[in-house]
Write a protein that binds this ligand. Structure first.
Ligand code: MG
Length: 378
């Protein structure tokens, strides 16, 4: 199954609802979409994404450097392809190259699913055919009220969710406590609340504040500290009982190994696009399994669904309000979470079929971006 051709495009569009957390305000999601065609005519679709910045860099890396490297390779030899791309691009460090490799690797796995006539989750191990999902909102606007938050939570409950993730990290910690307490009351006894700091606190601040959060029996505290601070996470983990979730800011299995060895993480949230695709994500999931830790991948709902149904140590699917490909209106075949449960597509491959006419208006215009890009970091 020789690779004959690879095509890529990058699209930029806003989330379908405004996104703002403790450290970022998001203007645009950028999706890098590749199509790999084999000599026999099979087509695999791959994708990667960035939040606000770098989509054109990733596309250029694929088009100008990586694409030619895989022409003529056997699409079934996913390890060989991954290693080849990783070795050739390693001098770029971590991040951009793993995000570019991800788009190619995901297309390769889609091709394998089509070749073997199996949905992706079965190729990955087929550990289950469904997975519980949580709803995840990105709404920490300074003018947002507690009443609006509770209305949204009512909506999530009526959609069938019992686990909700919300952003915290207000300058006034008492506001965080009030919002958490009221949402927990609204969720009731059977509900679980997760909170996400997006790396807002220092280690000392987190140890102090998490002592209060510990009393509230949250499902997890996500990214409390800067992602590089392994020692700080370890100290925090030793000081509290609430699980610590992280991983969306890491790009390789080696980084996860460091956290696992240091006993500085409870829930592993590797993002399939950021770590270099399915091939590397699987290794991270198995590594976490060896350390007795569950995986709850970040974002990429439609793909994460397959990953979670593939491996044994799965925890929960994240469905980010305003951010799934389905909710963005980009798919021909919607992939939805119903009554808080995700069921993967049974189409051979990953089943993500883009609607070309829906994508077309969002084709990234680099010259326009150059004069308007303002960034979203706070
Ligand atoms: Mg997060």
């Amino acid at each position: 199954m020789k690779i004959a051709n690879i095509q890529s495009n990058v699209y930029r569009l806003p989330p379908s609802v405004p996104w703002e957390d403790a450290t970022n305000k998001v203007d645009g999601l950028e999706f890098i979409i590749v199509e790999i065609t084999t000599e026999s005519g099979l087509v695999g679709t791959g994708l990667s994404y960035t939040v606000d910045i770098g989509g054109t860099v990733i596309r250029t890396l694929i088009d100008d450097y990586l694409a030619n490297l895989i022409i003529g390779m056997n699409a079934l030899h996913y390890e060989q392809i991954w290693q080849h791309l990783q070795r050739q691009s390693r001098r770029l460090g971590l991040g951009v190259n793993s995000m570019a490799i991800a788009a190619i690797d995901i297309a390769i796995w889609d091709l394998m699913g089509k070749h073997y006539n199996q949905p992706l989750y079965k190729l990955l191990g087929g550990a289950r055919d469904r997975i519980p999902a949580y709803i995840s909102e990105i709404d920490l606007r300074s003018n947002g009220t507690v009443e609006e938050l509770l209305d949204r939570v009512d909506g999530y409950i009526s959609q069938g969710y019992s686990t909700v993730k919300m952003k915290i990290g207000k300058d006034d910690f008492e506001e965080d406590i009030e919002r958490i307490t009221k949402v927990q009351q609204r969720l009731g006894k059977g509900g679980t609340l997760l909170v996400d700091l997006n790396q807002k606190w220092s280690a000392a601040e987190a140890i102090q504040k998490c002592a209060r959060l510990d009393e509230l029996h949250l499902g997890w505290i996500e990214e409390p500290l800067q992602y590089q601070d392994i020692q700080g996470h370890r100290q925090l983990k030793q000081a509290i009982r609430t699980p610590i979730a992280l991983g969306e800011s890491m790009y390789s299995k080696q980084q996860f190994l460091e956290y696992l060895r240091a006993d500085a993480v409870d829930v592993v949230q590797a993002d399939v696009a950021f770590v270099g695709g399915i091939t590397e994500w699987l290794k991270i999931a198995h590594l976490a399994h060896a350390f007795g830790k569950p995986v709850a991948p970040h974002f990429m709902m439609e793909l994460s669904l397959h990953l979670l149904c593939g491996v044994q140590n799965s925890y929960m699917l994240e469905n980010v309000v305003g951010g799934s490909l389905t909710e963005l209106g980009l798919l021909e075949v919607p992939i939805i979470v119903q009554h808080g449960v995700g069921i993967p597509s049974s189409i051979p491959g990953h089943g993500i079929v883009f609607d070309r006419s829906a994508l077309a208006p969002h084709l990234l215009d680099a010259s326009r971006l150059r004069s308007t890009f303002a960034g979203g970091s706070k």
